[in-house]
Write a protein that binds this ligand. Structure first.
Ligand code: HEM
Length: 208
């Protein structure tokens, strides 16, 4: 994909076939993550504040590592995609500070350095997609833990009323990218599956 980027496709009314494929082919991995004990406790509304804080602490190295990896790629700016507005590690820090739990001393997450920008798009897909699940989870745990965006719930609240439009912008970027570079499709799908699995293992490794 050389030369001047030209990502000006009109927004699709029906889901782009790539988005359908990406969703379908990562669905088992997403379901596996939903079956995670932290997730189950949140959905069931039985999560304690300590469990919730531990979950945020476990997410912290994932966001710190991936968001630092994003910064190594000049491609975002070349395509006019504002990646800095997608940084959510600060929201985890904000929630943990409010709840008076420390940030983990070690922010290392075992992510191999990327060799292809398409891998960044897989991470973007997985982490930005989690804002959709975050809305569901916030509704479940809000009454249990008394969270508001300013009181420990900033990470799940994420973009608030803009969650839908922020997600649409990610979907548009993904489809524009694979339209210009069809070989990226397989890379994104495989890397998204791998990333889902890594997150699940990471969360499960230190279950309470
Ligand atoms: C119990 C935990 C979770 C629940 C209940 C949940 C729920 C949901 C829901 C309701 C959607 C929207 C589906 C739709 O509109 O068609 C969604 C989408 C998504 N979630 Fe989750 N989620 C959870 C955890 C996660 C986590 C931890 C991640 C990643 C770190 C994640 C990544 C995604 C992605 C990538 C999508 C977009 C799927 C697509 O439309 O292509 N989810 N989730």
């Amino acid at each position: 994909m050389k030369g001047q980027p030209n990502l000006t496709m009109p927004h699709a009314q029906t889901p782009h076939p790539f988005l359908k494929r990406l969703k379908n082919l990562t669905q088992p991995a997403h379901q596996q993550l939903e079956a995670n004990l932290y997730a189950q406790r949140m959905v069931a509304g039985t999560i304690s504040q300590a469990d919730y804080a531990a979950y945020l602490q476990r997410l912290w190295p994932i966001h710190v590592t991936v968001e630092a990896e994003y910064q190594r790629w000049p491609d975002w700016a070349a395509y006019g995609f504002d990646i800095t507005s997608r940084q959510r590690a600060p929201l985890l820090a904000q929630d943990l500070a409010y709840l008076a739990y420390p940030l983990p001393a070690d922010s290392h997450f075992p992510l191999s350095p990327g060799h292809d920008f398409a891998e960044m798009l897989a991470y973007l897909y997985v982490l930005e997609g989690s804002t959709l699940g975050g809305q569901v989870l916030l509704r479940k745990i809000k009454p249990v833990l008394g969270l508001t965006p300013q009181q420990g719930g900033a990470y799940f609240y994420s973009y608030g009323p803009q969650v839908g439009s922020q997600w649409q912008a990610v979907q548009q970027f993904l489809t524009d990218y694979v339209t210009q570079k069809p070989t990226a499709e397989t890379v994104i799908i495989n890397q998204a599956n791998q990333f889902f699995e890594m997150i699940d293992q990471w969360l499960t490794a230190k279950l309470l």
